[in-house]
Write a protein that binds this ligand. Structure first.
Ligand code: EPZ
Length: 425
């Protein structure tokens, strides 16, 4: 598994003017595996997760679990978690701070231990990312939450089933409520729930462990509380954001890419958009193929909760618009400061400007290579794709972000004919 500290001092050199072509497979979803690892806290014994991605967030999450008393073995694409009868409830600050997704231990710990103490993850490059909806869900079930010296403290004498309606279909708040409610007494109903495939994957694992959940993937999830859960083995679903990154790369570089290991329904709206910009799109049960011969047509995109266009593909949408034929408007509806990416694209000569949560991009035939900085995982991947559409060699710095979400990034790009090098900065 990557995550060696040196990637903090590395960059990618990306050669422009390439066409991505060939077949590539995706492994498990980052935004599922991290939560599945946290769910292992809820059952004493051995949980085995397969098809896990080789990304730096996985060992970081393993560290969070080890500090709570678990034993975690990672080998190849398999993560084995041994959870003791008694797990801790205070997360290690440093381990938690390293990984924003550590917030996903909140629901499992409150559900099983009736208490959890977690350093507030704080905001990041894409937004302030408060936890108010997580906290409201827990208090609805009978817990109390408070801040104590920069840590969120959640405690419950008892957890009782309840009805909770989210003001926004937050992925994280849905996960926190569901994982806490599965061990509560009685029936809980979550309305306006997030419908992402990763939510369904987590509910599938919980159901295998003995939880009683219905409606996962819809806006209303019903949970019948049970007394305890048992550990099981589970295969992580394919990573739809990584699969769609390669698909959009094919369209941008006028290439022809087949991606296997992904359910096309997970990225239906993205494939529709690629069809609209002129790509030939083909799908099978667990694969997609995207081929583009002409310059992509301009297209307007609005990010929305699933099944809408994912916000995690917004940087790729802007990168694609920057080489498309015509004017595109990309609207960001999920994270308030996810347009930092546009500044880096302008460095590469993109004709782009932002106006509130809209970005207007007038496409060009070719971008200018430049030295640019990744501010988060997806912005990093978007800059590498943009670099493939530039005139010379682009240097993408701060690539540790990319290592957090894209397994075997260099090998995968080279297998599709891309020219990329990892260098010490
Ligand atoms: C998950 O973040 C993903 N992260 C994100 O992917 C993804 O962008 C996001 O869902 C939306 O799809 C992981 O799964 C680890 P939210 P999460 O709660 O759960 C606001 C990537 O690149 N909100 O659905 O944090 C929040 O600020 C990452 O892989 C509150 O206001 O997202 C945001 O504006 C980036 N209060 C919106 O809701 C709350 O209590 C959606 O957030 C919770 C959220």
């Amino acid at each position: 598994m990557s995550g060696n500290p040196t990637s903090r001092e590395q960059s990618f050199l990306v050669t422009g003017g390439v066409r991505l072509a060939g077949e590539i497979s995706v492994t498990g979803a980052k935004n599922s595996v991290l939560k599945l690892m946290a769910v292992a806290l809820m059952a004493e014994g051995r949980t085995t997760l397969t098809n896990c991605p080789n990304i730096s967030d996985v060992p970081a999450m393993a560290d969070v679990l080890r500090h709570l008393g678990c034993t975690v073995e990672i080998s190849g694409d398999t993560v084995v978690i041994d959870t003791p009868a008694e797990v801790g409830h205070v997360a290690d600050d440093k381990a938690a701070q390293r990984l924003r997704a550590s917030v996903c231990i909140l629901g499992p710990l409150v559900g099983r231990q009736h208490r959890a103490v977690l350093a507030m993850p704080g905001g990041d490059a894409i937004g302030s990312r408060p936890l108010d909806m997580h906290q409201r869900g827990l208090t609805t079930l009978g817990a109390t939450t408070r801040m104590d010296h920069g840590r969120l403290v959640a405690e419950a004498r008892d957890l009782r089933g309840a009805r909770y309606a989210l003001t926004f279909p937050s992925v994280g708040a849905t996960e926190t409520f569901v994982t806490a409610a599965v061990l509560a007494k009685g029936t809980s109903v979550l309305e306006n729930a997030a419908r992402e495939p990763e939510i369904v994957d987590i509910c599938d694992l919980l159901s295998q462990m003995g939880a009683v959940i219905s409606g996962a993937g819809s806006s209303t999830i019903t949970i019948e509380g049970v007394d305890q859960l048992r550990p099981v083995s589970h295969r992580v679903i394919g990573d739809r954001i990584v699969a769609a990154t390669w698909a959009m790369g094919a369209a941008m570089t006028r290439g022809d890419v087949t991606v296997t290991g992904i359910d096309p329904m997970f990225i239906h709206v993205v494939l529709e958009k690629l069809h609209a910009v002129g790509a030939v799109v083909d799908t099978g049960t667990d694969w997609i193929r995207v081929a583009q011969t002409e310059r992509p047509r301009a297209s307007n995109i609005r990010t929305l909760p699933f099944p809408g266009f994912p916000t995690d593909l917004q940087p790729m949408a802007i990168a694609m618009a920057s080489v498309s034929d015509g004017l595109s408007v990309v609207t960001e509806n999920i994270f308030e400061s996810r347009f930092r990416f546009v500044e880096e694209m302008v460095r590469m000569g993109a004709d782009a400007e932002t106006d509130g949560h809209h970005a207007k991009i007038r496409g060009k035939e070719r971008l200018d290579s430049a030295t640019v900085w990744a501010s988060d995982i997806r912005a990093g991947a978007g800059l590498v794709l943009a670099g493939m559409c530039a005139d010379r060699v682009t240097e993408v710095c701060q690539i540790f972000h990319i290592d957090r979400g894209y397994p075997h990034f260099v090998e995968n790009i080279r297998s599709l004919g891309g020219v990329i090098e990892r260098v010490d900065t």
